[in-house]
Write a protein that binds this ligand. Sequence first.
Ligand code: ADP
Ligand code: MG
Length: 632
Amino acid sequence: MAEAATAERHEFQAEVSRVLDIVVNSLYSKREIFLRELISNASDACDKLRYEAQLDSTLIADDGDLKITITPDEKARTLTVADNGIGMSRQELVENLGTIAGSGTAKFAAKLAEAEKDKAKKEKSDVSLIGQFGVGFYAAFMVAESVTVTSRRAGSDEAWRWMSDGHGSFEIEPVEGEMPRGTTIVMKLKKDAKEFSEETRIRHIITTYSDHIGLPVWLHADGKSEQINEAAALWTRPKSEISDEQYQEFYRHVAHGFDEPWMTLHNKAEGVVTYTNLLFIPSRAPFDLFDPARRHGVKLYVRKVFITDECEGLVPGWLRFLKGVVDSEDLPLNVSRELLQANPVVARISKALVKRVLSELKKKAEKDPEAYTEFWNAFGQVIKEGIYEDHERRDELLKLARFKSTAVEGITSLDDYLSRMKEGQSEIYLLTGDSAATMKQSPQLEAFRARGIEVLLLDEPVDEFWTMSADAYEGKSFTSVSRGDIDLSAIGGEEEKDEEKKDAAPEGELSALIAMVKLALEKQVKDVRESKRLTDSACCLVVDEGEMNMRLQKMLKATGQMNQAGQQILEINARHPLIKALADKAKDGSSREIEDMAFLLLDQAKILEGEPPADIAAFARRMSAAMAKAVG
Ligand code: ADP
Ligand code: MG
């Protein structure tokens, strides 16, 4: 290199600086996890090289023994982690180690931004968040006062050095002379982190955290070198030889997860397709579960060679919480990542995986309902997407689904709902809304409550969608209690039926009232009719059979996918004192007064739906007039 080797200074991206500030200042008790992060990166780098070398063998050249070498040096107070993997070019060093590129770190930064909004919580959350997400490479600054990364990318003969003390900026410079391929990270340890230059300490950490790594990890100290792990990828080992701790560490490695896996699925399938899966269901939902840009959680390997973690066809979107590894022997090693999507072997593996996951979930639901409830609370929303996306599995997924309901604390399955159905009941009743607590107050539920009929309370946005497409379970159709004409007359005892006819406004007066209200609200509602749903409230809004639920209409309007609200129907309760009084009035035909009352009824029903009156000023004027009259 002709140019003088002067270092170039770069500022860290603002988010990186934030992360670094916290890392540097944290007194996080498990600082040793920095080593797991660095080993994890070194192992990823070797995986990448192995994959790229399938397409271009010159990349690996004569240095085919991929490995990680760790060198503690007590005298110099340094720790060095080196790999002969893919390496980084100058640009990659700047991008990967100066901006937020890594998934783990990105999560951490996003979570920080969220915590930032809530200053009070901030102090506490910062530190615990490190434990939760990990900060990837930047974790090195928990123990190092300065970090030097030297790297030469496979296929290039330029090497670069990256240096930083973690305070706002880093420097980068070319390295003269021959450099081995890959990346070497030297940490000058902080005074209080001296322990990480001690051989015994480091040996212990590596055995705890990196035993599952499928790559030899060498410990180099006092002029001696020793391989200290088995270097057999965990999923290739027999189940009986794997401890819970090893599974757990592997989970942390592949999933960037810092919780415990809720379920571990380790199987070897031999049949139509041959593959091994080591999959985990996390116990906590990641905060980016609904972020379309999030990375896939399942890595595809072919005969132990990492191929991709972006194989869309491998796991359906509604199982996107799965983490882990699938290793197949039926795919060619040089399979193109681009064509994987349409690969029939991948499709077959996917089908088998889905089947396995669902059957394990079913077993768990039967054996340990409490644990299953935890799973469902974390990932049920995602599974519900499958109910409308995967027609073939709809019934199976409905069986696994759990819902809130008027009859139970907590959640219930549909099978349990069916077992509680009333004599004469042939439908599964449901209500959708923003929260179960508000829904419980809904006027639409009154008649159901009076007859002791259970109603499912669906409070997640996804419920609007699957309920549109799924029409029945075990031959019982899903019926929204706020839609269509509800007829409960076939359900329940005679007593309740008699109750219904009692005390209602006389039919003639009622139809006069309905006609007048209809006229007044002609432009506001599609229809006005007597309600069979109400027992206590005066009125409520419903939609017609085949119309979208009011909440879905609202959601689509809010996102601009629909510009006009569908037509709603105002139902009035003929046994309510107000309606009876109005009906009595309607007989003499004082339509002006009825008109104001009609609007007040509609506005009231709207408010019960969580919507403001259409014309707030008019609402206030009418309300005041009515009140003045009542007092006066
Ligand atoms: P993550 O591993 O989640 O992507 P990290 O902060 O650990 O996040 O690493 C950021 C990026 O830096 C990695 O994605 C990788 O591209 C690059 N990197 C880190 N360490 C190495 C290494 N030893 N060899 C090659 N690239 C590396
Ligand atoms: Mg990493």
